[in-house]
Design a protein around this ligand. Structure first.
Ligand code: R5P
Length: 298
């Protein structure tokens, strides 16, 4: 067992040298099977290598979250604007029309509610059900440093093994405990552990200092987590910075569906992600679309 890495030598992340991706457009996926590559190509646009995922899985631990009280009314109309949807099987079966062909990233962990210790999760879906529902990826939280760290890592490696059996990629969500510092050092640790243990892509929060070291030291794509609702310009700036520093897209929930104009917001986020639109320009687009939509409603 090696000791803790206490080397005084400065780490070298080669932040300006993109990792090569021979044989496929996404880093780290060159050696996976055709089925997995095909599913990844449904989630990540092969032309830009990026994705705008809409996260609406919050109910699995916190019930009817603000903005998600009626997914059929408020969220289904947003779905055509997303590249992929992150949700639970309950919402998928009960509220999402089966005619929708957007790729699904299905939450497969659960257990504790907000009233309990959140890291005490289990796998909560059989791979057969994920296959039955034709999902493009399966996902769960990984609580590095959390009380039940080891169990959540084991959940992930089991999910990765099940996914590999059928060609379904796993997205690991780096879940930061209440008392943990959200910094680049923590996310380098968490993302790298998830990638080394087999996750095909990772959801991770943006940090102002050193985010590029997180993306460059992680051998698989990272999608930026949205987090709690902030002002539209700040959310667009965060997405822009993450993309410019190597993120392969975003997986945003509250900053889209809790926005005053969710449809306008998701379209602005798309421009930032797929077309490198600058945050202020994207905000102008948001305002314009918002006004048009208000006018159309009368
Ligand atoms: C848990 O942490 C889940 O990943 C969330 O339910 C969700 O995906 C978070 O999305 P956001 O922070 O963008 O609202």
């Amino acid at each position: 067992m090696p000791e803790v890495d206490s080397s005084k030598k400065e780490k070298e992340y080669y932040e300006d040298v993109p990792q090569e991706a021979p044989g496929f457009f996404l880093k780290g996926a060159g050696n996976v099977d055709w089925g997995m590559k095909n599913r990844l190509s449904r989630i990540f646009n092969p032309e830009t290598g990026r994705t705008v995922m809409l996260a609406i899985d919050h109910g699995y631990f916190q019930g009817p979250t603000t903005g998600l009280e009626r997914i059929d009314l408020s969220i289904v109309p947003l779905m055509p604007y997303a590249d992929a949807l992150m949700l639970t099987r309950g919402v998928l079966r009960t509220m999402v029309p089966a005619s929708l062909t957007k790729p699904i990233v299905m939450r497969c962990s659960g257990g504790p509610s907000i009233l309990k210790e959140l890291s005490n999760e289990h796998l909560a879906v059989d791979i057969e059900d994920a296959i039955r529902m034709n999902v493009s990826a399966i996902t769960l939280q990984v609580f590095i440093g959390g009380e039940f760290e080891s169990r959540s890592v084991r959940n992930m490696t089991r999910l990765v093994d099940m996914g590999l059996r059928y060609g379904i990629p796993v997205m690991a969500v780096t879940a930061v405990g209440k008392d943990m510092v959200r910094d680049a050092r923590y996310f380098r640790l968490a993302c790298r552990i998830c990638a080394e243990l087999g996750a095909q892509f990772i959801k991770c929060y943006y940090v102002d200092e050193g985010f590029r070291t997180v993306t460059s030291s992680c051998p698989v794509p990272i999608v930026m987590a949205g987090g709690k609702k902030i002002a539209e310009l700040d959310a667009l700036t965060m997405a822009y910075n993450a993309i410019q520093q190597g993120a392969s897209g975003v997986d945003m929930g509250r900053n889209i569906f809790q926005s005053e104009a969710p449809k306008a917001m998701i379209q602005a986020v798309r421009k930032v992600v797929h077309e490198n639109m600058k945050p202020k320009e994207a905000l102008n687009l948001y305002e314009t679309l918002k006004n048009e939509q208000e006018k159309a409603r009368g």
